[in-house]
Design a protein around this ligand. Structure first.
Ligand code: ADP
Ligand code: ZN
Ligand code: MG
Length: 475
């Protein structure tokens, strides 16, 4: 029997507002514990929450970007539970009337397009953080009251890979909108994955389990793969899947049970009496719609059309808005689109990765790249040297021409100097010379390579080619 998986995601995204959702405390990350708190967010009795307008605006932006209906009337609700990092004894969330509903996002995996329904997006406050030490546990409430969006998908996802691709796409959109930094390591984007399996081709759903708090794209995929196999094994052995919440142990590569359905919380939701219902005028939604940025899918399509880029290039370049803007700036300054794209996808993205930097905090500018391309085009430097110059400018922000001069990287075009190198190489590789003369002409590339190496990349390859051909045809 063949099985297929059914997956639905619940994603929490921390919003990039300056202040918390119901008070004026700062939301910045990594400060001294409990220095960004006030009577409202530490849950003192008798205080009143005041809704942060920016958080609502961000929720509307997310809803529009994910093709949702924005509710003209929604409401906050109390979700009651006890935990040390939740001093009020309840979390203000939304329940039966969320701000956004019935949206979708399209993803593509291996050429197969799939529409993933967005059931709802609602606003809520984050809890604090418990820090467990050897003999004690401590509570930090700096995060208590930071605004979150909870984004819930329909059970439309079918493979772990699709789940990871969906997460990436969601992250890209949130970052384009500038409403969440998408940092999974720091917990500003977290994912709970619900999964069940069923015989391929059947319509109904099997019993699901939920894997909580997955904090990387890789783990989303791995945890789901493990969990799907575990469920299939159980069912094939005639046993059944128990509905429960599980946790992913990344070092063991396994999920394990956290709590069963019986232990599940009953949150006793009820409408939040301290906040009036939220009424959103249509004009406000329209105004926000009018200033949404161009989103990744539209940008990708435009890049393919406007710059004749292959789909792959357009996909890579539009994954980050800042990278896409860097590309367009380089093209605007006269760079050839495909050349700029090649250099960005290989050299630039590699260096960013290596140095763990964002494109916004490097001294290398689009204008630097265009200059380097120019120097190569004019034959001042070779492509190989171009890469060296690029790395240097990446680190220092120096003018490419200055780097070329300072490092003595000018291309060698002096024929007599090159001739010496060619002679040397031919002398040292007499066997290959013989083979070449017997007809193995593809060895030409080998000789060129040797001369380039001897010149440390500085020889002009065109002249070297000509010289070699000429010398090798002499007997
Ligand atoms: P619960 O009541 O347990 O919270 P919901 O119906 O609210 O369940 O759904 C929570 C998440 O689980 C959603 O993302 C939904 O798409 C997904 N989901 C629901 N049923 C299944 C199922 N049988 N298999 C996989 N995912 C499911
Ligand atoms: Zn506060
Ligand atoms: Mg639910």
């Amino acid at each position: 029997m063949k099985y297929e998986a059914v997956i639905g995601l619940e994603i929490h995204a921390q919003l990039l507002t300056d202040t918390k959702i119901f008070c004026g405390c700062s939301t910045s990350f990594g400060r001294e514990p409990n220095t960004q708190t006030c009577p409202v967010c530490i849950g003192m009795p008798g205080v009143l929450p005041v809704l942060n307008r920016k958080a609502v605006e961000f929720a509307i932006m997310a809803g529009l970007a994910m093709n949702c209906k924005i509710a003209p009337y929604s409401r906050f609700a109390r979700k009651n539970y006890f935990y040390p990092d939740l001093p009020k004894g309840y979390q203000i969330s939304q329940y039966e009337l969320p701000i956004c509903q019935q949206g979708y996002l399209d993803i593509e995996v291996d050429g197969v397009r799939r529409r993933v329904g967005i059931t709802r997006i609602h606003m809520e406050e984050d809890a604090g953080k418990n820090i467990h030490e050897k003999d004690s546990s401590l509570v930090d409430l700096n995060r208590a009251g930071v605004p979150l969006l909870e984004i819930v998908t329909e059970p439309d996802i079918r493979t772990p890979r699709e789940a990871a691709v969906f997460m990436r796409k969601l992250r890209t959109i949130l970052r384009y909108l500038g409403i969440c930094d998408g940092n999974m390591e720091q917990g500003s984007l977290r994912c709970d994955a619900n999964v069940s399996v069923r015989p391929e081709g059947s319509e109904g759903f099997g019993t699901k389990t939920e894997i909580k708090n997955i904090n990387s794209f890789r783990f989303v995929e791995k945890a789901l793969e493990y969990e799907i196999n575990r469920q299939i094994k159980l069912i094939s052995q005639g046993e059944s899947v128990v509905q429960e919440t599980r946790l992913w142990d990344s070092s063991a590569g396994k999920t394990y049970s956290m709590r069963s359905k019986e232990e599940a919380h009953d949150y006793r939701y009820f409408p939040e009496p301290d906040l009036v219902p939220l009424e959103i005028p249509r004009e406000w939604v329209d105004e926000i719609k009018g200033r949404l940025p161009e989103l990744p899918d539209e940008k990708k399509t435009r890049f393919i059309k406007e710059y004749s880029l292959p789909e792959y290039d357009a996909e890579v370049l539009t994954e980050e808005r800042t990278v896409a803007e860097w590309f367009e700036e380089a093209v605007r300054l006269g760079g050839n689109p495909k050349k700029v794209s090649n250099w960005m996808m290989t050299e630039l993205l590699r260096l960013l990765n290596e140095h763990e930097k964002e494109i916004t905090d490097i001294p290398l500018t689009p204008s630097h790249l265009v200059k380097i391309l120019d120097l190569i085009e004019k034959g001042t430097i070779s492509g190989t040297i171009g890469k060296k110059v690029f790395s240097e400018v990446f680190l220092t922000g120096k003018d490419p021409e200055v780097v070329v001069k300072e490092k003595g990287l000018l291309q060698i075009t002096d024929t007599s100097e090159l001739e010496k190198m060619v002679d040397e190489v031919l002398k040292n590789n007499s066997k290959e010379v013989e083979r070449y003369k017997k007809g193995e002409t593809k060895l030409l590339g080998f000789f060129v390579g040797q001369v380039m190496k001897a010149s440390r990349g500085k020889a002009n390859p065109k002249i070297v080619n000509e010289l070699l051909k000429q010398k090798l045809s002499e007997s």
